[in-house]
Design a protein around this ligand. Structure first.
Ligand SMILES: [Zn+2]
Length: 292
C-alpha cells in the first residue's frame, strides 16, 4: 500500500487496522500522530442518496418521544451557543435533514436556514416545519449569503470527503465571532476504546467477529486531539468539546420498526440502551467553537 497521509494533521505515521470484517474493500487507517481514524476506499456512498428517508425513518423522525429527546439535547446546546453571543441570530444548519434542529433553533430565537442534499428531506422540512432549505451541498461559491452568526452541522463531518475542505467552507459562511457547532462520534470515548480492546482480543484469539463500530458511510472518526487540530487549522478558536449520548429512543424505534422484534427481543435493547445512558458511556462529541 502507498504511504498514507493523515487528512487532518498531515502525519505520515499511519497504520492499517482491520476492524472492518464485513467490508473487504474498505481499509480502516489510524494516524499515530492525532489518533484520527479514517476509511480508505475507491468507492463511497453519497450523501444525496434519498434511500435513508424511507417510510420507516420518516416515521421515526416524527415520533413524539424521539422529537422530545432531540429537543432536550438541542436546547441544551442552543443555550450554550447563545451564551457565546453570536454576532447575529442568522443560523445555517448544514445537512438539516427534515428540519428538527431548524425548528428548535427558531424556537430559541434564531432566524434559521438550512441546506440539505436529499430532496426527500427537503420536502419533509417544508411539510413538517414550513422551512424551505436549499437543496444541495454547501460550497464555497454557494448562492447562500456568508453572513451567518451561527452555523451547525449535526453528524455531518464524519461523512464528508475531506473534513478540512468542509470546515473551510463552513468557516467562510460565518461572520467573524460566529459560533460553530458540530456533532460526531467520539473516538476518545471510553466505550469505543473498550470495544476496540475487546475486538483486538477477539482477533488475537481468533474468536468471533469484530463489533461494527466503523462503517463506510462514516469515513472519519475524530479523537478530541484530531478535532481540536482540524478546527484550529480551519481558523476556529474557543474550542469546547462536550461528551454526549445518542438519541436512544430513535435507536429503539429503529429496531422495532426495521427488524420487527418481539417485545421479548426488544427487552435486550431496552437494557443496553438504559446502561448506555450513563454519562461515562456516552459515545458522541458535540463541539462548540468560534470563528476567529
Ligand atoms: Zn493525524
Amino acid at each position: 500500500m502507498q504511504e498514507m497521509k493523515c487528512t487532518v494533521c498531515g502525519g505520515t505515521n499511519n497504520r492499517q487496522l482491520d476492524f472492518l470484517p464485513s467490508y473487504g474493500k474498505y481499509n480502516l487507517m489510524e494516524c499515530n500522530e492525532c489518533g484520527l481514524k479514517y476509511i480508505v476506499s475507491e468507492n463511497f456512498e453519497t450523501l444525496d442518496d434519498d434511500s435513508y428517508w424511507d417510510e420507516v425513518n420518516k416515521k421515526i423522525y416524527s415520533m413524539p418521544n424521539v422529537l422530545n429527546e432531540f429537543k432536550k439535547k438541542q436546547n441544551k446546546y442552543l443555550k450554550r451557543m447563545i451564551k457565546l453571543s453570536p454576532p447575529n441570530k442568522r443560523l445555517l444548519d448544514v445537512g438539516c435533514g427534515n428540519g428538527i434542529f431548524l425548528n428548535n433553533a427558531k424556537l430559541n430565537g434564531f432566524e434559521a436556514a438550512g441546506i440539505e442534499p436529499s430532496r426527500i428531506a427537503v420536502d419533509l422540512c417544508k411539510q413538517q416545519y414550513g422551512f424551505s432549505p436549499t437543496l444541495g451541498y454547501l460550497e464555497l461559491d454557494s448562492d447562500l449569503e456568508k453572513n451567518f452568526g451561527a452555523l451547525s452541522a449535526w453528524d455531518v463531518i464524519e461523512h464528508v470527503a475531506d473534513p478540512k475542505d468542509f470546515l473551510k467552507i463552513c468557516h467562510a459562511h460565518l461572520v467573524k465571532g460566529g459560533v460553530f457547532i458540530l456533532e460526531t462520534p467520539d473516538e476518545s470515548s471510553w466505550i469505543r476504546g473498550l470495544i476496540n480492546i475487546i475486538d483486538s482480543v477477539k482477533k488475537m484469539l481468533k474468536i468471533g467477529a469484530a463489533s461494527n463500530i466503523y462503517y463506510p458511510s462514516h469515513r472519519y472518526y475524530f479523537t478530541h486531539k484530531a478535532m481540536k487540530s482540524v478546527l484550529k487549522n480551519a481558523g476556529f478558536t474557543n474550542i469546547k468539546i462536550y461528551k454526549e449520548h445518542t438519541i436512544y429512543s430513535k435507536a429503539i424505534a429503529k429496531n422495532r420498526l426495521y427488524r420487527k422484534f418481539t417485545n421479548f427481543q426488544m427487552l435486550k435493547y431496552y437494557v443496553v440502551f438504559f446502561l448506555l445512558r450513563a454519562p461515562f458511556l456516552w459515545n458522541k462529541q458535540v463541539v462548540i467553537c468560534v470563528k476567529k
